[in-house]
Design a protein around this ligand. Structure first.
Ligand code: CAA
Ligand code: FAD
Length: 387
């Protein structure tokens, strides 16, 4: 068969039930406070670790659960359904470590992945800079070889979970004359001398997930911490995003599902003109459209996850880049529409912090921006189609 099955297996359904139970019991009650106080939900992290849901993608040989890409999607979806900030724990652990899984030496993987699997360390991903966001190859951070070391200098911006992650995949220029082919990837540790963090960004949403600069001043690290060969860092960074844009799609699906579920419950209860507002066809059509957009995006995301899984195990998958960008774009655009409609369906109450849908609408917005804006995703898809 040339096209992989992507329907969830029984194990995936059981996983979903288990994550949903934990999410509803433990993570949901803390979601509003994480948003309101702009604080990382430390207890939710501990609960995810205790249940082994914090980094399910780490292979068994490094002490992880060895779950497939669809399982990782399901975990992120279910956590995001109640708390988008908490869903960045499994999502960013995957983003930070896929560069190692794709390109690092056996020694480097063995040195860093077990601590992530055990929940002792989180792993962030540092590509963006102030002048190099969409145009990531324009980065300025330098890594200069010096004997058996590299010395890193520069500022990485917008780094999710910066300060709380122990480890960072950092892309830096090793050969300024070679453009994208002069970029290399490294593992940097929070405890490396010369590493510091900017203040927390003051954001619209995902306020429980700290976003900070990672400042690198004369940071000397062993050359063995380079991921792959010199000059391959940009390719590793983009190949990583082919797998992890699917996790942002999962986050968007979860946020949208949370908003849809809440709105459905509300319209059955809220009465106007002597009936439940869910009895009005104008409301029913909105609910139907929301569910339809969500399911279409979900099927695209699961198909992309199946392709990611094949590619991770060495099968060349020509259209992974297209599917990954398409899933992220479809799911994030759907999430923005669905959460906005959920606020609409709650009327004035939806606009207040007494109900969760305004938080979900604010959280949904970021999924159209990070891991490449949706304009960049459309550019990536068009390049695939036209090449
Ligand atoms: N996989 C592997 N290699 C790839 C690739 C892929 N998917 N796509 C391109 N490449 C290779 C190319 O083949 C080329 O290599 P060669 O020169 O050896 O052939 C090299 O990478 C450069 O490719 P391009 O010329 O296409 O690169 P570009 O400079 O035109 O830009 C881009 C490409 C798609 C715009 C890219 O810069 C991009 O994706 N930008 C968006 C940045 C982004 O997504 N940032 C995410 C930050 S992480 C984040 O946000 C985290 C979070 O949310 C939690
Ligand atoms: P710009 O590149 O300046 O784009 C501005 C606008 O111009 C956008 O609408 C964009 O789509 C549009 N645009 C730019 N170029 C084109 C073009 N060629 N065609 C059409 N439109 C174009 N980065 C990391 O490396 N690691 C992280 O962990 C991380 N986490 C993040 C968390 C948050 C909360 C945020 C806000 C960002 C995070 N990012 C992270 C960075 C994120 O990936 C970038 O913000 C994103 O890629 C866009 O870059 P930019 O902000 O510089 O926008």
């Amino acid at each position: 068969m040339s096209f992989p099955l992507y329907a969830p297996a029984e194990e995936h359904d059981m996983l979903r039930e288990a994550v949903r139970a934990l999410a509803e019991e433990k993570i949901a009650p803390r979601a509003a406070a994480a948003d309101e106080n702009e604080e990382f939900p430390e207890d939710s992290y501990k609960d995810l670790v205790a249940a082994d849901f914090h980094a399910v993608h780490v292979p068994e040989e490094y002490g992880g659960a060895g779950a497939d890409a669809l399982a990782a999607v399901i975990v992120i979806e279910e956590v995001a359904r109640v708390c988008a900030s908490s869903s960045l724990i499994p999502a960013v652990n995957k983003l930070g470590t896929v560069p190692l899984l794709l390109s690092a030496s056996a020694e480097l993987k063995a040195a860093y992945l077990p601590a992530v699997a055990r929940g002792e360390a989180m792993f962030s991903y540092a590509l963006s800079e102030a002048e190099a966001g969409s145009d990531a190859a324009a980065m300025r951070t330098r890594a200069v070889a010096d004997g058996d070391s590299y010395v890193l200098d520069g500022v990485k911006t917008w780094i999710t979970n910066a300060g709380i992650s122990e480890y960072y995949t950092v892309m830096a220029v090793t050969d300024p004359s070679a453009g994208a082919r002069g970029i290399s990837a490294f593992v940097v540790e929070k405890s490396d001398e010369g590493v510091s963090f900017g203040p927390k960004e003051r954001k619209l949403g995902i306020k429980g997930s700290p976003t900070r600069q990672v400042i690198l001043e004369n940071v000397r690290i062993p050359a063995s911490r380079m991921i792959g060969a010199p000059g391959t860092g940009f390719k590793t960074a983009l190949a990583t995003l082919d797998h992890t844009r699917i996790t942002i799609a999962a986050q968007a699906l979860g946020i949208a599902q949370g908003a849809l579920d809440f709105a459905v419950g509300y319209v059955k209860e809220r009465r106007q003109f002597g009936k439940a507002i869910g009895d009005f066809q104008g409301v029913q059509f909105m609910i139907a459209d929301m569910a339809m957009k969500l399911e279409a995006a979900r099927q695209l995301t699961y198909a992309a996850a199946a392709k990611s899984e094949l590619a991770m195990h060495g099968t060349p998958v020509k259209d992974l880049t297209f599917f990954s960008s398409a899933a992220k774009t479809a799911a994030s655009d759907a999430a923005m529409e669905i959460t906005t409609d959920a606020v609409q369906l709650l009327g004035g109450y939806g606009y207040t912090r007494d109900y969760p849908v305004e938080r979900m609408m604010r959280d949904a917005k970021i999924t159209q921006i990070y891991e490449g804006t949706n304009q960049i995703q459309r550019m990536v898809m068009a390049r695939q189609l036209l090449k």
